[in-house]
Every structure is written in C-alpha cells, then in structure tokens.
Design a protein around this ligand. Structure first.
Ligand code: SF4
Ligand code: SF4
Length: 224
C-alpha cells in the first residue's frame, strides 16, 4: 500500500482493508465500567463472528484469564482468597472449597505469589462460555472433624500437611502433642492443660511459691 502510486489502486486497496461492520449493530446501553463495556462488546462480536470459538489464548500479562490450581499441592488454606483484589476467588460457607469467577480475574498474579504451596498458575485467555460467569470449583473436599469433639474445623489437607511438617519438630515430640493439631480451637486449649506440665507446648517455668510475712517471721523464729 505504501509503495503504490496509482490513486485508483490505493482506493481499491484501502476499501478492501477497511474493517467490516458487524451486522446487526449492537444495541446494548453502555452503563457499566470499562471492563463491563468491553465484555459486552466482545460478547456481541463473538455472537456474530463467522467462526466463533469458546476461548482465545492470550499472552502473559493480558488482563483476562483463569488460574489453574494443582490439586495435590493445594491445602485449601484460603490465603489466595484473601489476596485476590477483584473477588474472583471465593470460599464456601459450609465446606472447604476454592472457587473462581473467571470474568473477574485480571491476571494480577497476587494469588500465585501468596500461595504458600506454590500451587497456582495463571492461564491468560478470553473465555466466551457461560462458565466464565459462574463460580467454578477449583478444589473442594470434606471438612476435617476435631478428634476430640467431632466439630468440623479445617480442611483435611491443611491438617495433614501441618501434621506432616510438625512431626519432626522438637516442640511436638512428646506423646499427645501432635494430636493438638488435629483438634478445634476450643479442645486444643483444654487438651493443652490436661497434658503434663512439661509436655505443654506453651508451658513456661513453674511460678515461684508465694511467701507471706508469716513465713518470714516463722523462719526468723526458727533461726533465732
Ligand atoms: S491455591 Fe494455595 S493459597 Fe489458595 S487455597 Fe490452595 S494452597 Fe491455599
Ligand atoms: S490472578 Fe489476581 S484477579 Fe485473578 S484470581 Fe489471582 S488474585 Fe484474583
């Protein structure tokens, strides 16, 4: 095009390269923010595309996508949920469950750097399916019941990982100490006091015996 001198040929080339209009034109009202508006425009283009696809792979750093969680590494500790600035990640009120609302994910990577188990990978992509607008479960499991009272209090994976990591630790060598990890917050306090003094994880030195004036006077009389 830059090398062509004939205006008639240039006009023909330009008209051939001009973007085609989408038919029918979009009729939605632009009321949301930039991201919602872009989402509506892309959905309209996708609806009328000659060869629509479910998902388009994007480059690293592009602000749309999902995350992939390694099922074996993830302990459902929920650290990533607290770190996610767009509420793309969520837990569940009744069970250990990690979910993703893909349309909200901006690929910031905060979940990846926060995850203590290095279980998160970013997947930059543009998804057009309905699933992207629904909470997708990334990992879910049954809650772990307290071994003393039976109350569910944590995810099974997180307790198993803590027991595995603490089993060689000097503070948890004495009998009964590792079981404290498997108890809910209430039972753990009670159980600590039931353990012998020396076996309590947080046990300090014995407090000094309180002496009264009477004790000192008695001592003086005995000496005299
Ligand atoms: S992905 Fe990582 S931070 Fe998120 S729940 Fe699993 S282990 Fe915790
Ligand atoms: S990449 Fe960012 S926005 Fe997406 S789930 Fe992780 S923390 Fe949330």
């Amino acid at each position: 095009l830059e090398e062509e001198a004939d205006p008639t040929v240039i006009a023909a080339l330009v008209s051939g390269k001009a973007p085609q209009l989408v038919e029918p034109p979009a009729e939605f009202l632009v009321l949301g923010g930039k991201r919602q508006t872009l989402g509506l425009a892309l959905a309209h283009l996708h609806r009328h595309a000659p060869r629509p696809v479910d998902s388009l792979a994007l480059a690293a750093g592009d602000p749309f996508g999902a995350i992939a969680v390694d099922q074996d590494k993830c302990t459902l500790c929920m650290a990533c949920v607290s770190a996610c600035p767009t509420k793309a990640l969520s837990g569940h009120p009744d069970k250990p469950s990690l979910g993703l609302l893909e349309v909200n994910c901006v690929q910031c990577g905060l979940c990846r750097v926060t995850c203590p188990e290095k279980a998160v990978n970013l997947v930059p992509r543009l998804s057009f399916g309905a699933d992207a607008r629904l909470r997708q479960v990334l990992k879910e499991e049954e809650p772990y019941p307290c071994i003393r009272c039976g109350k569910p209090f944590a995810s099974k994976s997180v307790i198993e990982r803590m027991v595995e990591r603490m089993s060689g630790h000097a503070m948890f060598k004495a009998p009964g100490k590792l079981d404290l990890i498997k108890m809910c917050e209430d039972c753990r306090v009670v159980a600590q006091y039931e353990l012998e003094d020396g076996n309590r994880v947080l046990a300090g030195a014995k407090p000094p015996v309180t002496r009264t004036t009477e004790d000192y006077l008695k001592e003086r009389d005995q000496e005299g």
